[in-house]
Design a protein around this ligand. Sequence first.
Ligand code: PDD
Length: 280
Amino acid sequence: MIVYLNGEFLPLSEAKVSVLDRGFIFGDGVYEVIPVFGRRLFRIEEHLERLENSLKAIKLENPLSHQEWIDTLEKLIAHNQGDDQAIYLQVTRGPAKRDHNFPENVVPTVFIKSDPIETPPPVIGMKAITCADIRWQFCDIKSIALLANILLRRQAVEVGAYEAILIRDGYVMEGAASNVFIVVDGVAITPPKSQFILPGITRDLILEVMQAAQLPCREADISEAQLHSADEIWVTSSTREIVPIIMLDNKPVGKGEIGPVWAQVIKLYQENKQKLRSNA
Ligand code: PDD
């Protein structure tokens, strides 16, 4: 695998970062995960805009221009195997003497890798659990400091579930690494954007394709009670796409099987991907 590190393309085994890097010491950095279909970047403008927002929020100047990002990502795709790939990029504040305050004249570290994309899970419907949202107040920043998310996902996996759905003050926020939709009487609902959720690119795309197809959907608060009585629940992300949840806290969601609205929306989503592939 060829990766990109600070201006160079090199084999993964040769990519080395200082142990004093603030990403390693403090989790002081941000990241993006960008799918690639047919060697084309999916929703790249949206991903780069979110990266820009994350960098601004942590007061770190974007080390690359918009065009430099595109050129670098395209070169990395060409260096790697597979028409469908998943790019992981991270920008940290860089190596410096350990000090909570930002160091002077530090050079950010830019690391990018691209793996062959993992096929989304077979569509059999998955289990989820609800958990108290123990994270901080800036969940809209795509921070590399993910300890709370990791512990929450682990909590789910330990009881045989796929995702933890996070509840704050009685309302659904998102999953440990996904956004959440519910379906009530045929209407898809997802929580509005706020500082407590990541503005997911997949989430926005789902709203866009549903609106274009005149399928009812809206952004609204979802209480824990509404979650438990929903007809359908989906969790969404760039790498896992739209995953139907058929069991929540060991109780069936709706009829306990994959729902009809999910089936319509996954079709629209796949068509959108296919469009990118065939726009050669
Ligand atoms: N995570 N919310 C959280 C907390 C996430 O970590 C993610 C994605 C999402 C969905 O965002 P998007 O549709 O833009 O992927 C929502 C990525 C995939 C990850 O950490 O690997």
